[in-house]
Design a protein around this ligand. Structure first.
Ligand SMILES: Nc1ncnc2c1ncn2[C@@H]1O[C@H](COP(=O)(O)OP(=O)(O)OP(=O)(O)O)[C@@H](O)[C@H]1O
Ligand SMILES: [Mg+2]
Length: 379
């Protein structure tokens, strides 16, 4: 991070067009007592948030003088939005079922013309679909492992895919459908696992070359005009983006050795069977720069807005390969990968949440741009 004070950093933050806002935090909540809606996989709650995470986000937003409410992102949301009349929504909703659930809430908010944070409909729809995402990246020469999507299950395996292979649902998150059996070593295991994914998750199975190397995740925050609105312009590089320090996930001694599975993700940091989290990762500066460049390109190519986290693994030759991008990264303090990366470089949780809020708000005309002194503009 650029910690040097920039010209203009002493300026007051850009001011709000209204003194404070009504902010609705939108999320789906883990609630094992509620029956699952029809059409969602049995482990759908894995991707949802704990109510405590919502409380942390609300407190962070209230710390800067705003009023907040939590609105559950289910089919009653349109009515709740009409009643609460938020100025802006802080969106972390995963959505319910269908082929682009993470795009459902942005689509509703666009229709109701309510401002919201983070990426928009198209990006959240595509980024949930790992196959489509990888096709876009591959088209622009970003490194991805060879892959093939199985829709029926008995498609013939393409010759460039050699065992061992890795099988996962094409459109899930939080390690859903990922355990040790995701690694398949022969035709029989491949067919069994592909069929299991298609049936259990009612969606295509994505089959990729198994990547045996180290695993990293890289957060990206910002956009080219961010310094006009940010409370912390000094966080950003010249191009308006902040690259978080690289987090390495060391799964070698986790419950699922070498795989960052749903079981491993559900453990608390430091708990027996949890992966090791190392931030900043102990790697050469050249690899750090490469991973940060790849995550930034991955973000730009999907039109992601303001915040994202990209997962990357090394192949057998030690070359990075992009796995997927999370345009709604988890925001649980002390637990979610992005929060671990922020705290590793001294970014406080409240500041991270407020930054996401203000970046979103500025796109909807809710903030006046700050004056950037002429000397800062020249840099
Ligand atoms: N091709 C692969 N080779 C080796 N391991 C893989 C491969 N694809 C995925 N994995 C393992 O499975 C984990 C989950 O995969 P991935 O990140 O694609 O899915 P996810 O469930 O959407 O993740 P998230 O929780 O970040 O949303 C990875 O973190 C990695 O450990
Ligand atoms: Mg992932």
């Amino acid at each position: 991070m650029n910690t040097m004070k920039e010209p203009g950093a002493d300026q007051p933050p850009s001011h709000r067009t209204k003194r404070y806002w009504r902010v609705a935090v939108l999320a789906n909540i883990k609630d094992e007592n509620q029956p699952l809606p029809p059409g969602v996989p049995p482990d759908a709650y894995a991707d949802f948030d704990h109510i405590e995470t919502i409380e942390h986000i609300r407190k962070a937003i209230e710390s800067d003088g705003h009023e907040t409410a939590f609105l559950l992102a289910d089919e009653n949301l349109p009515f709740c939005l009409r009643e609460y009349k938020p100025d802006i929504c802080f969106n972390i909703a995963e959505g319910l079922g269908g082929d682009a659930r993470e795009a459902q809430i942005p689509a509703l908010l666009e229709m109701m013309r309510i401002p919201y944070t983070g990426s928009r409909v198209l990006t959240n729809g595509i980024s949930l679909d790992k196959t489509l995402t990888k096709r876009i990246w591959r088209d622009r020469r970003l490194p991805v492992a060879p892959f093939q999507e199985f829709i029926v299950g008995d498609e013939s395996l393409r010759p460039e895919l050699n065992y061992p292979l890795f099988v996962k649902p094409a459109r899930e998150g939080t390690g859903m459908g990922v355990d040790l059996k995701a690694v398949v070593r022969n035709e029989k295991e491949l067919r069994e696992r592909v069929k299991w994914v298609i049936e259990k998750y009612s969606q295509p199975a994505l089959v990729e070359t198994f990547l045996p190397g180290r695993e990293f995740t890289v957060g990206i925050m910002g956009r080219p005009d961010v310094k006009l609105y940010s409370r912390h312009p000094e966080w950003y590089d010249k191009d308006g983006f902040h690259r978080f320090p690289i987090l390495e996930l060391d799964s070698s001694r986790s419950v699922t050795p070498n795989i960052y599975s749903q079981a491993a993700k559900s453990k608390s940091v430091g708990e027996e069977g949890a992966p090791g989290y190392f931030c900043p990762a102990n790697i050469e500066p050249e690899l750090t720069r490469k991973l940060q460049y790849l995550a930034w390109r991955a973000h730009i190519l999907l039109y992601a807005l303001d915040i994202s986290r990209t997962d990357i693994r090394l192949d057998a030759e030690g070359n990075p390969r992009l796995l997927e991008i999370n345009t709604l990264p988890g925001l649980t303090p002390g637990y979610s990968d992005l929060c671990l990366q922020a705290s590793a470089e001294g970014i406080a949780y409240n500041d991270l949440i407020l930054e996401i809020l203000y970046m979103g708000a500025s796109r909807w005309g809710m903030l006046e741009p700050r004056e950037i002194p002429a000397e800062a503009k020249k840099r």
